[in-house]
Design a protein around this ligand. Structure first.
Ligand code: ADP
Length: 208
C-alpha cells in the first residue's frame, strides 16, 4: 500500500515520556509466542493479574479475540497471517505509546513476523516470551480440541502438525511450562520486569 504524502505525523503535547512518568512504569510489549495450548493465554492472563494487583496499567491483546473484531476479515493464508501480525504489532505499538504494559498472546510461528512486530518499537520495548511446551504435552492438554481436529484433517495448516513453528533463538524470557506451575511461570515474567526496571519492586518477592 502507498503512503500518502499529504498525511503528516502530528506531534502531540502529551508524549510517551510524560505518560510513563504519570503511570510510573516503562511501557513495553510482552509478546508471548508458542504452540497452540502451550499456555500463552493462561500465562498472559496470570501475568496481567499480578501486574494489576501491583497497580500497574496493562492491556492484553489475545489472538482469538482480535480475530473476532479488528482482524475478522483475515483468514489463515500466508498473506493473511502476516497481515494479522502486522496489525497486532501496530495496535500493540499504540498501546505502548499510551504508556501501557501491553501483553499479546499469539502463536506467531514465523520468526520474520515476530521480527516485524519487534521492529515497530524501540529494542528494549519488545520482550519476547517463548512459551516452550513440547508438542506432546500441548496435544495432551488440547483445551480447545484443536489438535484432535488437525490430526483428523479437519483443520489444515495447523502449527506443529502440518505447518512449522520456528522457535525463537534469543527470546528475552524462555519458559518451560511443563516444569512449573502457572504461578511460577507468571512470577518469572514479573521478576524480569522488575529486574530490568519496567516496574518498581523487589525481585526477592518473587524468588522461585
Ligand atoms: P495457548 O494460549 O497457548 O493456546 P492456553 O493458555 O489456552 O494455551 O492453554 C494452555 C493449557 O495448559 C491450559 O489448560 C492451562 O491450564 C494448561 N497449563 C498447565 N500448566 C501450565 C503452565 N505452567 N503454564 C500455562 N498453562 C499451563
Amino acid at each position: 500500500m502507498q503512503e500518502n504524502e499529504n498525511i503528516v505525523w502530528h506531534e502531540q503535547h502529551i508524549t510517551k515520556d510524560k505518560r510513563e512518568e504519570l503511570l510510573n512504569q516503562k511501557p513495553c510489549i510482552l509478546w508471548f509466542t508458542g504452540l497452540s495450548a502451550s499456555g500463552k493465554s493462561t500465562l498472559a492472563n496470570a501475568v496481567e493479574v499480578e501486574l494489576f494487583k501491583r497497580g500497574q496499567k496493562t492491556y492484553l491483546l489475545d489472538g482469538d479475540n482480535v480475530r473476532h473484531g479488528l482482524n475478522k476479515d483475515l483468514g489463515f493464508s500466508e498473506l493473511d497471517r502476516i497481515e494479522n501480525i502486522r496489525r497486532i504489532g501496530e495496535v500493540a505499538k499504540l498501546f505502548v505509546d499510551s504508556g501501557l504494559l501491553t501483553l499479546t498472546a499469539f502463536i506467531s510461528p514465523f520468526k520474520s513476523d515476530r521480527q516485524i512486530a519487534r521492529s515497530l518499537v524501540k529494542y528494549d520495548e519488545f520482550i519476547e516470551i517463548f512459551v516452550d511446551t513440547p508438542i506432546e504435552v500441548c496435544e495432551q492438554r488440547d483445551p480447545k480440541g484443536l489438535y484432535k481436529k488437525a490430526r483428523d484433517g479437519a483443520i489444515k495448516n495447523f502449527t506443529g502438525i502440518d505447518s512449522p513453528y520456528e522457535q525463537p533463538e534469543n527470546p528475552e524470557i524462555h519458559i518451560q511450562t511443563d516444569q512449573k506451575t502457572v504461578q511460577e511461570c507468571a512470577d518469572l515474567v514479573v521478576n524480569h520486569l522488575i529486574k530490568f526496571g519496567y516496574i518498581q519492586g523487589n525481585e526477592n518477592d518473587y524468588a522461585i
